[in-house]
Design a protein around this ligand. Structure first.
Ligand code: IVH
Length: 342
């Protein structure tokens, strides 16, 4: 299973389009554009229409066998019904946890005093790795397919767009936002359109993916070091929000490390509510001059814990003091009372 190269600006997408046009000798190219789902890649093998194996991506070559757990995901068909299904078919796509399901799961975890998941992606990964498939079956996992690894025994479609239609016909969920877009401008418009609807999607996305639609052109372009030249992810900037820092608490790690944590006025960012963020260490707090009572900009990106980016100094309340970790702890570990050292 391949991975994707990333673009972070319209110029980089322009470069990608130029390379694809030059490589194929075409004046203009048709791409398939799809949201980039923030979940985890999975490979599903069907023999004679029956799901026989499901595996995680792993290192791209060898993944974990998660067949039992995947069998409990209701949107993944166990048996393909269409008479056009090839005898051997390997479908790839993304398993993800919808945002509402993620929040409900974390409420349950909290009520049972079990560990909370950082984000829907970690929750999806953690659910698929459950040793007891009954536990996984209770988790609200969903799936979109986006590619085929093996299609054997019957003539295969000749473009990504046709492939998606075939998969839809076989009973696989295909993202309804997948579109054929022609040329660079349409690619960039798609990015904006999806960004505008991002907040109303029921799942998290971290960008859009462009794929040269024609399989013949894909073959001509080929791959370099595990990433195809015919595909590109155009990532969204991590979402930020402004909120108030009520307090700084000290978290004691398993090895005794003390980490300051920002306790925030809860704020909705990129599909979920954030009320805590990491402050990393005292130096970081000093460098960014973060004080209790401050209005801060927080950022949520991918699978890392939300962080405090900066302080809105104009909104600092009078009398806010610089944070002193030794002073607030009274030189004692808040967990065991032992002496603390820097
Ligand atoms: S295509 C060459 N399409 O992104 C084809 N990937 O950064 C490789 N992903 O491992 C994948 N949504 O887990 C493709 N619509 C989409 C995707 C998608 C999410 C993930 C996938 C992949 C990772 C690469």
């Amino acid at each position: 299973m391949l991975s994707l190269n990333n673009a972070f600006s319209a110029d980089e997408v322009g470069e990608f389009d130029r390379r694809c046009r030059e490589g194929t000798g075409r004046e203009s190219l048709a791409y398939v554009a799809e949201p980039k789902i923030d979940g985890l890649a999975i490979s599903l093998l069907y023999e004679q229409g029956e799901l026989v194996r499901a595996a995680t991506r792993g290192d791209g070559r060898t993944g974990e066998d998660v067949t039992l757990n995947v069998r409990s995901i209701s949107s993944i068909p166990l048996q393909l019904r269409s008479h056009r299904v090839p005898p051997s078919l390997e479908v790839r796509g993304e398993v993800f946890m919808p945002i509402v399901g993620f929040e409900r799961l974390n409420e349950q975890q909290k009520a049972r005093d079990e560990k909370l998941y950082v984000n829907p992606r970690n929750a999806a990964a953690g659910s698929l790795r459950q040793l007891d498939s009954n536990v996984c079956a209770q988790r609200p996992l969903s799936f979109f397919c986006y590619a085929v690894g093996v299609w054997q025994g019957t003539p295969s479609p000749s473009s990504q767009m046709q492939m998606l239609s075939a998969l839809r016909e076989f009973g696989f969920p295909v993202n309804p936002l997948a579109r054929e877009v022609k040329g660079l401008k349409a690619c960039l418009d798609y990015y904006e359109d999806v960004m505008a609807s991002r907040a109303s999607l029921r799942y998290e996305i971290d960008g859009v993916v462009y794929k040269v639609s024609s399989f013949e052109d894909q073959q001509v372009l080929g791959s370099v070091s595990r990433a195809p030249r015919w595909a590109m992810a155009y990532k969204y900037a991590p979402e930020q929000a402004q909120t108030r820092l009520h307090a700084i608490t000290i978290q004691v790690g398993r090895t005794g490390t003390l980490t300051p944590v920002a306790e925030l006025e809860p704020v909705f960012v990129d599909g979920s509510t954030i009320s805590r963020a990491t402050l990393h260490n005292e130096e970081e707090i000093g460098r960014k001059d973060i004080r209790i009572g401050d209005t801060v900009i927080i950022e949520k990106r991918g699978d890392v814990i939300p962080g405090v980016i900066s302080v809105v100094k104009d909104l600092r309340p009078a009398g806010a003091e610089p944070f002193d970790m030794i002073a607030v702890t009274g030189s004692q570990c808040p967990d065991c009372g032992g002496a603390i050292h820097k």
